[in-house]
Design a protein around this ligand. Structure first.
Ligand SMILES: Cc1cc2nc3c(=O)[nH]c(=O)nc-3n(C[C@H](O)[C@H](O)[C@H](O)COP(=O)(O)OP(=O)(O)OC[C@H]3O[C@@H](n4cnc5c(N)ncnc54)[C@H](O)[C@@H]3O)c2cc1C
Length: 383
């Protein structure tokens, strides 16, 4: 059993309070994702916008009862579950360093880190992370966006799809190919104000706050100093280098699924008091499944914080199990309210729509099952 420390409990209590406050605006945000600009002064948004930033770049850190949020994986899954139990779309609409921050911390040199984090702390700033392409989702290593030399500069060309927050962002990390093969992919820091960048929000059913976007790069000029990890060996930069960072983030995505499931479960518990004995046993079973998946998510987070070699497989197991849980629990929860449930209980309808989107974020269940299977075959994970 993995329990929270006192520090993590403090963080959870704050995150809960902030998330409940933000969720009062959930449906407005769904209708008009730009509403997020009006919510930036709320404490939850302030926190998400400013964290996590490495100690050396944050001279005025947010302290919660004297504790400083480190952005470690156990802390991340704790806040992700709390925010998602209220509204995952709201959390994903927030400005902040987010996934790009993790990659810049991991792959960037000192100057790149200084530039990126100073910029993020100046004012609420959205960032984006662009890996997926229209024809390359699960098969991301075969991506086609190109970064080609042109005199003393580089030109970025190509298209990305389903990129969260890209239309609001001022900077982001883009994966692009400089030569064939897995070692031929680099990650570059991009500023959206520069010519050649276009971002068009896509209509979506779930997680609408995240505003996923089609992005195009048309002869966008990139300077050599914006390639992340140029000081590292080819196996430690680009997509291969990013895998470790993505594995560390994945328990957080799993926690979004967990939180959505918990939100739906708590909704039924609060709104349906007169349960039949069969319904009571069904609700209890939902609660037990949520508890079990929470332990798996925390196990993956603990592995991330300990740099455990089993992290990749554990993070895949947690993500795949949590996204399934979210879908199963939200649909079962709707079943407690009969045929009109989706119209009469819009919050439950929202949980069910958001749950489906979690299936795709950071890779689908099929791909994560393949990862777990490979780890079992290679004995990197105990059965
Ligand atoms: C809300 C949301 C936010 C997102 N945010 C971002 C973001 O910020 N940045 C970003 O880069 N991307 C983002 N994505 C994209 C996400 O990473 C992709 O949707 C995901 O990787 C799947 O790619 P795809 O949609 O092209 O599906 P495909 O790869 O086309 O897959 C379609 C189906 O085929 C299955 N499949 C594919 N290959 C195999 C295989 N080898 N074996 C078995 N089954 C297979 C998949 O499991 C899936 O069921 C986001 C997506 C969503 C929904």
């Amino acid at each position: 059993m993995i329990d929270l420390t006192e520090q993590q409990l403090t963080l959870r209590a704050y995150a809960h309070e902030w998330a409940v406050e933000l969720a009062k605006h959930s449906f407005e945000l769904e209708r008009a994702p730009d509403l997020v600009h009006d919510l930036l002064d709320l404490p939850g948004m302030v926190f998400l916008a400013r964290t996590p930033v490495p100690d050396e770049y944050d001279r005025d850190p947010i302290l919660l009862d004297g504790h400083r949020y480190s952005g470690g994986s156990m802390e991340r899954v704790t806040i992700c579950e709390e925010f998602a139990a209220a509204d995952a779309g709201m959390m994903l609409a927030a400005p902040g360093p987010s996934m790009s921050g993790v990659l810049v911390s991991q792959l960037g040199d000192k100057a790149q880190q200084e530039w990126f984090f100073t910029h993020v702390l100046e004012r609420p700033t959205w960032t984006f992370f662009a890996l997926t392409e229209p024809a390359r989702g699960s098969d991301a290593a075969a991506l086609e966006t190109s970064l080609t030399p042109d005199g003393d500069r580089l030109l970025l060309n190509g298209a990305k799809r389903f990129i969260g927050n890209a239309a609001r962002a001022s900077s982001g990390v883009v994966f692009a190919r400089v030569k064939p093969g897995p070692l031929g992919v680099v990650a570059v820091l991009v500023e959206t104000r520069l010519p050649g960048f276009t971002a068009t929000p896509l209509p979506t059913v779930g997680l609408r706050g995240n505003q996923v976007t089609d992005v195009r790069f048309d002869n966008m000029e990139i300077t050599h100093d914006r390639i992340l990890g140029a000081h590292l060996s080819p196996t430690r930069r680009g997509l291969l280098g990013a895998v470790r960072g993505l594995n560390k983030l994945r328990p957080g995505v799993a926690a979004l699924g967990l939180g959505i499931a918990r939100g739906a479960y708590e909704y039924v518990s609060a709104e349906r008091r007169d349960l039949t004995s069969w319904e009571r046993s069904q609700l209890d079973a939902m609660g037990r499944s949520i508890g079990a998946v929470r332990q798996l998510v925390r196990r993956a987070a603990t592995a991330a914080d300990a740099d455990d070699p089993a992290l990749g497989a554990l993070a895949s197991a947690a993500k795949s199990r949590a996204s399934r849980l979210a879908e199963e629990v939200t649909l079962e929860a709707l079943g407690f309210f009969g045929a009109g449930a989706r119209l009469q209980h819009p919050m439950l309808d929202k949980y069910a729509r958001d749950a489906r989107a979690v299936e795709y974020m950071e890779g689908t269940r099929n791909i994560h099952h393949l990862n777990v299977f490979q780890a079992l075959v290679q004995r990197k994970l105990a059965g």
